[in-house]
Design a protein around this ligand. Structure first.
Ligand SMILES: Cc1cc2nc3c(=O)[nH]c(=O)nc-3n(C[C@H](O)[C@H](O)[C@H](O)COP(=O)(O)O)c2cc1C
Length: 386
């Protein structure tokens, strides 16, 4: 049977699934329950100061982004800031309750306005002896200035924060970066040079929840963090770019809803994979479902450990310029599978799909090899061939 154990920045987790810092870990009891549900590690809501600028809206701060006639939610925008518990409560009670769940405690601390404050906070949390490693949150997308992504989008400020935290603790430190940048690699490299042990990619995407057209009012009256299935391609872009550029262990977080996405992130180089929104939407039953799917997949593929397939997709990523040099391929329709539904003709703007003698045919002389017909074909009848 597959061995799900992983080592992340020197700490052994019983499996790669981690509860991300979010509402499901707002107190010790819920973290304990997440541990009992089987998580490899759990991350509390970001521990920081209880000050005016750390208070979040209490009159509705979540918005489900829905699409289509079925109004299926594909993402969520939230305006939630940091922990609603004091640092003293975490230290005196909640961290030890969380530990009873059996998962490793991966404590999230806020990168404070001044690096010395961050060092003090990191040292206080380490001194409890109740945490296994720390995650420095330099990436919350909500604050208007000073903290959160305003630190994480800047390589110099990120470096100062990492150095300060590292100088104060002996435990491994991961820095959680923001996707609200054009290039995460330069921030990741600055963090590595500053001595960080691992990187978490990433926090949520600063976003706007849209307008209620009946009332003419914004759905949420400020900007929030976008999370859930819709963000996965954006986070995977940042994640894979950083994975190709740095050597430290990486924790992936963004858009995971199933074991398949956990496998995808591992194949892009993740040592562990975090989940937040899917737990908020579906509950902790998701943990067993994901771990079982991961284990069965590994058995089916003959992978004995997570290391057997970590990073295997990375060498195949290249530039579009390189891909453009490859020999062209053209749409080819397998007539035994084709259902004659005409969807391929509707999506082809090159006029390469034609009806002839009751059959749907692809005309190589018009085909530009975009592959959209193959993506849409409900029967899997279309492939691109030389
Ligand atoms: C309601 C909510 C609250 C969150 N609070 C925090 C937080 O306190 N600290 C933090 O680092 N990230 C926080 N996050 C971000 C998540 O940890 C995670 O990075 C993000 O949700 C993307 O993962 P997902 O798509 O699995 O939800 C929060 C996310 C949500 C949805």
């Amino acid at each position: 049977m597959a061995d799900l154990k992983v080592n992340f920045a020197g700490v052994d987790f019983r499996n790669p699934l981690v509860l991300a810092s979010a509402t499901p870990g707002w107190d010790g009891l819920h973290l304990k329950e997440a541990g009992e549900a089987g998580m490899g590690a759990v991350i509390p809501k970001t521990i920081g100061p209880l000050q005016d600028w750390a208070a979040h809206p209490r009159n509705g701060r979540m918005f489900l982004y829905r699409v289509g006639n079925s109004k299926r939610p594909i993402g969520m925008i939230n305006m939630e800031l940091f922990t609603t518990k004091s640092r003293d409560e975490w230290i005196a009670k909640d961290l030890s309750v969380a530990r009873q769940g059996g998962a490793k405690i991966f404590a999230s601390i806020l990168a404070m306005p001044e690096p010395e404050q961050t060092a003090e906070l990191a040292s206080q949390i380490e001194a409890t002896g109740l945490v296994d490693l720390l995650e420095l949150n330099a990436s919350c997308p909500m604050p208007a200035s000073t903290v959160g992504m305003h630190i994480g989008k800047n390589p110099v400020l990120t470096s100062l924060q990492v150095k300060a935290a590292k100088s104060a603790i002996k435990l491994p430190l991961s820095v959680k970066l923001t996707p609200n940048v054009a290039d995460m690699v330069e921030v990741a490299q600055a963090a590595v040079e500053a001595g960080v042990d691992a990187i978490t990619i990433s926090n949520s995407i600063r976003s706007f929840a849209g307008v209620d057209i009946e009332s003419g009012r914004p759905n949420l009256r400020s900007y929030g963090g976008y999370t859930g299935p819709a963000i996965k391609p954006i986070i995977m872009r940042h994640f894979s770019e950083v994975a190709r550029a740095v050597k430290v262990p990486l924790s992936a977080v963004g858009g995971v809803t199933s074991w398949q996405e956990v496998v995808e992130y591992i194949m892009l180089g993740a040592s562990c994979v975090q989940v937040a929104t899917t737990i908020m939407w579906n509950g902790l039953g998701k943990v067993a479902e994901i771990l079982q799917g991961l284990s069965e997949f590994m058995d089916r593929k003959g992978y004995r450990s997570i290391d057997d397939f970590r990073g295997i997709a990375l060498p195949y990523i290249t530039t579009v310029e390189e891909l453009a040099k490859e020999a062209p391929r053209f749409a080819s329709i397998d007539q035994t599978l084709c259902r004659n539904c005409d969807i391929c003709a509707r999506v082809c703007f090159y006029g390469a799909i034609k009806q002839q003698d009751g059959q749907v045919l692809a005309d190589r002389s018009c085909c530009d090899g975009c592959g959209l017909c193959a993506q849409w074909c409900p029967a899997g009848a279309i492939t691109l061939k030389e």
